[in-house]
Design a protein around this ligand. Structure first.
Ligand code: 5GP
Ligand code: ZN
Length: 142
C-alpha cells in the first residue's frame, strides 16, 4: 500500500524505518510505538502510516484504522499496567498543542493525582450559547 509521505516529517521517517522506535504494532495503514517523551509510563502513540497533518485532512478509513490501533494498544496498556485511568488524545493544530503534524492518537495511562493537565472542571454552559454553536454545527453537518 502506498501512503502520502513528507520527507521532513519525523513520523514519516519512523514509518519508513529511517529512524528507530520502540514498535508495538503495525498493519497496512497504521503503526504504534512508544512516545519518546512519555507523559506517564506506558504512553504510546497510534499513528497513520500516511502523512495526514490533521483529522480533517485524513481519509475516514484511515481514521478508523488508527482508532482500532489505539484501542488495541489501550487494551494492552490496561492489561499490562492496570492504570487508574487512560486517555486517548488527538491534537490538531498549534492551538491544540500539536507538535508533529502527522495524524496520531496518544494512548496515555493515568495515575492517581498525576497532575496531567488534560482534564477540566465541569462548569455548566450558557444554554443559548450551546444552542447557537449547535445550530452552526448542524449547518456544517447537513
Ligand atoms: P503532539 O504534540 O503532536 O500531539 O504529539 C507528538 C508526540 O510525538 C509527542 O508526545 C512527542 O513526545 C512524540 N515524539 C516526537 N518526536 C518523536 C520521536 O522521534 N520518536 C517518538 N517515539 N516520539 C516522538
Ligand atoms: Zn509524516
Amino acid at each position: 500500500m502506498t501512503h502520502p509521505t513528507d520527507g521532513t516529517c519525523i513520523f514519516c521517517k519512523i514509518v519508513a524505518g529511517q529512524l528507530p522506535c520502540f514498535k508495538l504494532y503495525e498493519d497496512a495503514s497504521t503503526i504504534a510505538f512508544m512516545d519518546i517523551n512519555p507523559a506517564n509510563a506506558g504512553h504510546a502513540l497510534a499513528v497513520a502510516k500516511g502523512h495526514y497533518p490533521t483529522i480533517d485532512a485524513t481519509p475516514p478509513e484511515v481514521v478508523a484504522a488508527v482508532a482500532q490501533t489505539a484501542q488495541r494498544v489501550a487494551r494492552a496498556v490496561m492489561k499490562t499496567f492496570n492504570p487508574f485511568g487512560l486517555n486517548l488524545v488527538q491534537a490538531n493544530g498549534e492551538g491544540a498543542a500539536q507538535s508533529v503534524p502527522h495524524l496520531h492518537v496518544h494512548v496515555i495511562p493515568r495515575q492517581r493525582n498525576d497532575g496531567l493537565a488534560l482534564n477540566w472542571q465541569a462548569v455548566p454552559g450558557d444554554r443559548a450559547a450551546i444552542e447557537a454553536a449547535y445550530k452552526q454545527l448542524q449547518t456544517a453537518l447537513s
